[in-house]
Design a protein around this ligand. Sequence first.
Ligand code: UD1
Length: 426
Amino acid sequence: MDRIRVKGGARLKGEIAISGAKNSALKLMAASLLTDEPVTLRNMPRLADIAAMSDLLMQFGVNMNVRRGAALGQSDTMRLHAANVESAFAPYDIVRKMRASFQVLGPLIARHGEARVSLPGGCAIGARPVDFHLKGLEAMGAAIELVDGYVVASAKTGLKGTTIEFPFASVGATENLMTAAVLAKGRTVLKNAAREPETQDLGNFLIAMGAMISGLGTSQIVIDGVERLSGVMYSVMPDRIETGTYMIATAIAGGEVELVGALTSSNQALIGLLEKIGTEVKETNRGVMVYRNGIRPNAMDVTTGVFPVFPTDLQAQYMALMTIANGTSRIKETVFENRFMHVPELARMGADIQVHGDLATVTGVEKLKGAPVMATDLRASVSLVLAGLVAEGETIVNRVYHLDRGFERLEEKLSGVGAEIERLAS
Ligand code: UD1
């Protein structure tokens, strides 16, 4: 298994190209099942999760081609063509690797009238049930059974629009229901819907295919079903979690980095915090410039929440920054239980963190020390790399396959701005 070696202490200078958003790209790929015409996706990130979704879609008979971007910073273009859906079976072996595979359920029922999809796996960050997805589909008239770890769903005469109110503004449930509703009969109203930028990107993609959707970016999304959707060419939005991660990398290591292609609008909660602790963030005509002088930041509390509140997917990275802050910060995780698996690993590097339930109290230390550490999930693993950027000596991050799921060419991007980082192939 590959490992990543980081030697701390280098200031960062230069530019990093931001990739297309993983959490949008995966959903757009799944939604390409909704039409028998070709769909072309530009600005695709090159990630293990994208490869896993490609494998899954090929099982259903989707014809796929990828045109590779040649250089660092040039993205891939993917063409997907679901002329016929030959099978609607999503096996455990693929779905267990990535929870987002479950997002094929809505499109498959809408287009094919039935589906057999394994219950999901993905990062071990809490129970992560799919009850909202299933209750919503049942309310739209689907018959759902759970058989041997599989969801067996059918709606032979089609789905019917209805009003669904989510107990929590779940990203996955909103998106699965939205993709099911676009071809349903009549109007579907999703209340307490997710407002995340990636959910809006999916909605805009569906609208470009001919769907009738209003209320994107608000907590009530209204979808009027249409007879059919057409093919489309669409550019995936920039990855706000990758953007936020490199903003924090610059804040932790010090330096001046331009994030080319990044948007400030989807990262306001993080930018507000970074500015308060003495990091400058400015829009440029190519993206966003981040500047920090390398003095220890001040400690600031944060609570994660649904968009536009601070994202849970940046909690581990922000915690890495707070480990070297001046003072004590409290970091509260409200979206997932069990999302503090990076804490014992950061502690191995000398961080002082106490966890009580959903609250981590971080007392900043003057110096972290490099150590061998283990990646435990996608976002947790990158927090260890960030800590390594500022730690004394060498940090070796094991199990980097977690990183490869969600961060495109991380070590190339960071070494391109002067970090001492390399991949050690197994
Ligand atoms: C998506 C993102 C993930 C991000 C999360 C929250 C993708 C591929 N993943 O995950 O990176 O961290 O949003 O922004 O886009 N829940 C239920 N029942 C359900 C569905 C969800 O109880 O049927 C709970 C979950 O256990 C969790 C909370 O709702 O506590 C939020 O989950 P959700 O928004 O659905 O996250 P995902 O879509 O899985």
